[in-house]
Design a protein around this ligand. Structure first.
Ligand SMILES: Cc1cc2nc3c(=O)[nH]c(=O)nc-3n(C[C@H](O)[C@H](O)[C@H](O)COP(=O)(O)O)c2cc1C
Length: 334
């Protein structure tokens, strides 16, 4: 099976989507994930207030290219007026969907009353959503939430109902509380409870690392779409793995050579899309290079070397050396 779901008037293949990740899921990352089958992608979060004060990073963060569609631009903020104005500005970049971040746990965002702080103020969360929905016109507005603020205040189903009433077209739920940050386990029961509470599509998120965990999320929660963040680190192939399996076809995992080719393609994209010089852009590329080498013999040492890379040629040489090392251990297709 794969079918499609509709968020507002936007059709999305019911396979797996790429989660928004500030500092990771930038333009290059989204293009690579799309190429390997991501059904839908979301931008890094952008401050609604920052946009209104014409933050110089706005264009970099909000640009949507046709190869990335369907794509959402994600905003965070806790003031309905700024949210409405920011939506008006973002519409100029022609996103398919506007998503509001009500799940970010970091103190810098929560401290302003935005992100997951809104889980503690459902009335304001609904007002922010309503303002965005009004400003967005035909473009659907979705909201990404957590299970709650803390273990004793899990309120995602109640929050989702209020956001649905405020006009949200879908809800994405990460099954951790704000207090957990990224520790412990994401709770699929919360995703299921949200799905049962609302009629709009629900996107399940948290700890999906392969087809098996993805199909468990679909089966256990009844969610409409699965969203993957960290499971795509150095592994954009996860989207193809899921789509292929959902179609009932046999999935062939990529060889190490193929992974290294994609790693180099990813680095080339980063360099091409960056306005920085090669050496500085390589700083961005280093963590990605390290992630592609995860899980192999000697990868800890090689990951360390990735953090020293300062040119594309060095990355190419390191990839060749890594392949040779695995071959010498008979682990080429590990
Ligand atoms: C480095 C990083 C940056 C993130 N940035 C955002 C963000 O900008 N907006 C957002 O809604 N969630 C953000 N998240 C949360 C993810 O979208 C996702 O909800 C979380 O990582 C759980 O999913 P996973 O287990 O598949 O990674 C971020 C997560 C990570 C690890």
């Amino acid at each position: 099976m794969t079918d499609t779901l509709k968020i507002g008037n936007v059709s999305i293949e019911r396979t797996a989507a790429l989660a928004p990740m500030a500092g990771v899921a930038d333009h290059a990352y989204r293009l690579i994930c799309k190429k390997y089958g991501a059904a839908y992608v979301v931008s890094e979060m952008v401050s609604a207030k920052g946009i209104c004060y014409s933050d110089r990073k706005t264009a970099e963060l909000c640009t949507v290219t046709d190869e990335e569609r369907p794509m959402a631009v994600q905003l965070f903020g806790n003031e309905p007026d700024f949210m409405a104005e920011a939506v008006g500005i973002v519409l100029g970049y022609r996103p398919d969907i506007i998503d509001i971040n009500m799940g970010c746990p970091v103190p810098k965002v929560v401290g302003t009353g935005a992100g997951s702080a809104l889980m503690k103020n459902i009335g304001l969360a609904a007002a922010v959503t309503e303002a965005a929905v009004k400003a967005a016109g035909d473009i659907p507005v979705t909201v990404k939430i957590r299970s709650g603020w803390s273990a004793d205040t899990v309120n995602a189903p109640e929050m989702a109902k209020a956001l649905e009433a405020a006009g949200a077209s879908a809800i994405a739920v990460h099954g951790r509380t704000r207090d957990m940050f990224y520790s412990g386990e994401s709770d699929m029961n919360v995703v299921k409870a949200v799905k049962e509470a609302v009629k709009i599509p629900v996107i399940g998120n948290g700890d999906i690392t392969d087809y098996r965990s993805c199909s468990e999320m679909y089966e256990r929660t009844g969610c409409d779409l699965v969203m993957i963040g960290r499971g795509s680190y150095g592994n954009p192939f996860i989207f193809r793995e899921i789509a292929t399996n959902l179609r009932g076809e046999t999935y062939e995992p990529p060889s190490l050579e193929k992974k290294m080719r994609v790693m180099l393609e990813h680095i080339r994209l980063i360099l091409e899309l960056s306005e920085k010089c090669e050496e500085l852009a390589m700083h961005e590329a280093r963590k990605h290079a390290a992630w592609y080498m995860n899980g192999y013999y000697g990868s800890a040492k090689f990951r360390g070397r990735c953090y020293q890379l300062s040119s594309y040629n060095e990355a190419e040489a390191l990839a060749a050396e890594f392949i040779e090392l695995q071959k010498s251990r008979g682990l080429n297709n590990a």
